[in-house]
Design a protein around this ligand. Structure first.
Ligand code: SAH
Length: 346
């Protein structure tokens, strides 16, 4: 297994079967070995810098009904909210004063693109040196273009699984794998820095699926990859499934880093929710991005994608100081710059 990891580090290709065997058979020693190689890979590219993104959860209204997600439209127990443009702007202002240079606007999928295009324009006019990342789901190519023209720099759209059959098992029929992938290619083509990703341990996922995720990422060459463990939410059809494995998530982070040295890789909130020091462990496994929550505190409890979601706070100067200590413990330092991806567009 160590030889396979060495070969991946050297940039050699790997068979699906070998990757599957690695994901099914690794132990703590192999995982530490992969983490060490991942840290080496990160040192060659981003050094020991960890970039911060201010995450603003702009609304939990959603027209989709993804089986895993707590804010799916059929969940009647969610108290729905959507931030006004002014509220989004004031979250950006708070973040800007704390030193953030990237704002990530994430939310459920709604048809409010005209309004959002304007909001993006307002943010870019006020903070032209900052990057704006959107994570608002599937849109037409034309809508993505309008977001780009308004100044949006990056777009996060997890593909959720690269296996079409698996996609169908975790989504309603109204959503299609083909459209999700179309979105990713359109976003790239339009010049966004694009993030894809998936949950580790989502219902019906196999190790072979995870192995094919590694090959999919290698081929798609995203600028960023967001992964975290699946965590059940009590009011979803998947409430009786167990959570995804933290160890496997960390192993996947390391393998993604080893195989894609230039990629931006967040230690996600889901990882921090599953494991107290998840962010530190994520960084030790090769991650180099943390996305602290800048949403107004009044709505934080409402963006419940899964149960017991933590809001790791860098919302205050003290919160940032704590994060700085965590990152230092993982051998890295926080960089408040834009932290653009080193992955070259194609
Ligand atoms: N509507 C946007 C944002 C979705 S929420 C979009 O479609 O892209 C961001 C991510 O949270 C999702 O892509 C999904 O991978 C993750 N997520 C949703 N439910 C989850 C759960 N129960 N456990 C872990 N992650 C979850």
């Amino acid at each position: 297994m160590k030889r396979l990891i060495d070969n991946l580090y050297k940039g050699e290709g790997a068979e699906l079967s070998a990757l599957t065997a690695l994901l099914s058979g690794f132990d703590d020693e192999i995982r530490s070995y992969a983490a060490k190689k991942a840290v080496d890979a990160r040192s060659e590219t981003y050094g020991n810098k960890v970039y911060l993104r201010g995450l603003i959860e702009i609304g939990n209204v959603c027209k989709n009904d993804c089986f895993y997600c707590g804010i799916r439209k059929s969940n009647k127990n969610v108290s729905r909210y959507s931030l006004s443009a002014d509220e989004i702007l004031s979250a950006c202002e708070k973040g800007y004063k704390l030193g953030f240079s990237t704002f990530v606007l994430q939310g459920g999928e709604v048809d409010n693109d005209e309004e959002m295009v304007k909001t993006v324009g307002r943010i870019k006019a006020l903070y032209p040196a900052c990057a704006v990342t959107l994570s608002l789901g599937e849109k037409s190519r034309d809508t993505y273009k309008r977001y780009k023209d308004a100044g949006a720099d990056r777009y996060l759209l997890r593909h959720e699984t690269c296996n079409k059959e698996h996609y169908g098992k975790i989504h309603p029929d109204s959503l299609s794998y083909d459209n999700r992938i179309r979105c990713l290619y359109d976003l790239k083509d339009l010049g966004f820095q694009v993030g894809c990703g998936f949950m580790v341990g989502s219902p019906y996922q196999t190790d072979e699926h995870l192995a094919s995720e590694l090959l999919f990422i290698k081929e798609f060459k995203p600028h960023m990859v967001g992964i975290g463990p699946f965590l059940p939410h009590k009011d979803t059809p998947f409430n009786s499934f167990g959570a995804g494995s933290v160890e496997k998530t960390l192993m996947m982070l390391s393998l993604i880093r080893i195989m894609n040295k230039n990629v931006l890789l967040p230690a996600t909130t889901a990882l921090a929710t599953a494991l107290g020091d998840g962010r530190i462990e994520g960084i030790r496994a090769g991650a180099n991005v943390v996305m602290p929550n800048l949403s107004p505190s009044s709505v934080r409890d409402k963006y419940t994608l899964y149960d017991n979601k933590v809001h790791s706070g860098a919302e205050s100067a003290e919160g940032l100081e704590m994060l700085r200590k965590c990152v230092k413990e993982a051998g890295c330092t926080i960089d408040m710059g834009r932290g653009d991806s080193l992955v070259k567009g194609e």
